[in-house]
Design a binder for this molecule. Structure first.
Ligand code: ASP
Ligand code: ASP
Length: 351
């Protein structure tokens, strides 16, 4: 059971089978996370750097927690407190980190395509934790995991994505994933926040009418207005946006059915969602966060396939790391940590 890709740069590159494999691995890992001892040795001897050039709360914490639960060694990099603030380039920073023998890079960057650029230049496997307005693949995966968990299936589900579609990497990853898995998708928001040819390009329905969209869908994934990514005025005011596209209790009660409410966070309460909706029984927002740890654990799988990453520049063969197939096996066997004495392969090469 292997994925078709080594790096996890976007849902666009994944096959339906890849997505199913990550989701089922996440399911197994979620079971591990419910145990009294929540740790398995699947990533023992693997060193991961979490490289965050842009702020994050949920994504960074859940990656870190998943790495710890899988016994990886981790280091954290925040651009604001590093030499990037002194003008070092992305490639220099990463090559310096890699020379400390790092196996995987989890990366968030405000520039779309930054992880794709890095993937062409470094041997370590890369997981995209959000690049500009392009993709946020692990968010797409955790949203799909949560929809499946709460409604039973993705196939045939009617999912509405509501809000600032134009600037949302979450929307893009969700659309790619849901379409691949057979769900129907409608994007809804003000015309200025929905890309013009999205319907033709991505095969989604477009609606500017919130009430009609909510009547249609089984699940509403509500997005924040991403002001930090907008460089022009695209609607008159947050208050007006909220009047036309904010979801409140009265609106939900006027529907003829109960729909599931989702949000990737951070919520701007009172703008896109009122508190009595965000905190209601219909909302699975905190389940999404919980599932984030399981799915991020599952997302390490593509990077562990096949052989170890190629040697570093100095030509020395890499020597540490468990065989890739261990990941699934260890979870399936419900193993906890049991350090087995293995011959140290580095010893042969050190004189
Ligand atoms: N869901 C986003 C993330 O965790 C929002 C945040 O960072 O607060 O990356
Ligand atoms: N946390 C998500 C992201 O990083 C959504 C957001 O920021 O609104 O894209």
């Amino acid at each position: 059971m292997q994925l078709s890709t080594r790096n996890l740069l976007g849902i666009k590159d994944l096959t339906k089978e890849d997505i199913s494999l990550i989701l089922s691995t996440a399911e197994q890992f979620k079971e591990v996370l419910q145990r009294p001892v929540k740790k398995v040795p699947s990533l023992r001897d693997v060193t991961i750097v979490n490289l965050f050039y842009e702020n994050s709360t949920r994504t960074r914490f859940s990656f870190e927690l998943a790495e710890k639960r899988l016994s990886a060694d981790t280091i954290n990099f925040a651009a604001s407190t590093s030499s990037a603030a002194k003008g070092e380039t992305l490639l220099d920073t990463v090559n310096n980190i890699l020379s400390m023998k790092v196996d995987m890079v989890v990366m968030r960057h405000s520039a779309s395509g930054a992880p794709h650029f890095l993937a062409q230049h470094i041997p370590a496997a890369i997981i995209n934790a959000g690049d500009g307005i392009n993709e946020h693949p692990t968010q797409g995966l955790l949203d799909a995991f949560s929809i499946k968990e709460s409604t039973g299936t993705l196939e045939g589900r009617k999912v509405a994505i509501i809000g600032d579609i134009m600037h949302s990497r979450v929307a893009q990853s969700n659309i790619y994933l849901l379409k691949k898995m057979g769900a129907e998708v409608t994007v809804c928001g003000p015309p200025t926040l929905i890309p013009k040819y999205i319907s033709e390009a991505l095969g989604v329905n477009v609606s500017y009418n919130l009430k009609e969209t909510l009547e249609w869908c089984d699940v509403a994934n509500v997005l924040r207005i991403q002001l930090e990514r907008q460089n022009q005025v695209l609607f008159s005011s947050l208050r007006e946006y909220s009047l036309a596209y904010g979801i409140n209790r009265t609106l939900l009660d006027s529907l003829h059915k109960e729909i599931v409410i989702m949000h990737p966070g951070p919520i701007n309460r009172g703008v896109e969602l009122d508190s009595d909706v965000a905190d209601s029984k219909q909302s699975i927002i905190l389940q999404q966060v919980e599932n984030g740890v399981a799915v991020r654990g599952g997302s390490f799988l593509p990077s562990r396939r096949k052989s170890r990453p190629p040697p570093f520049k100095n030509g020395k063969a890499r020597t540490s790391g468990a065989p890739p197939s261990q990941f699934l096996l260890l979870i399936e066997k419900k193993a906890t940590i049991h350090p087995k004495k293995k011959p140290n392969p580095t010893r042969e090469t050190t004189k």
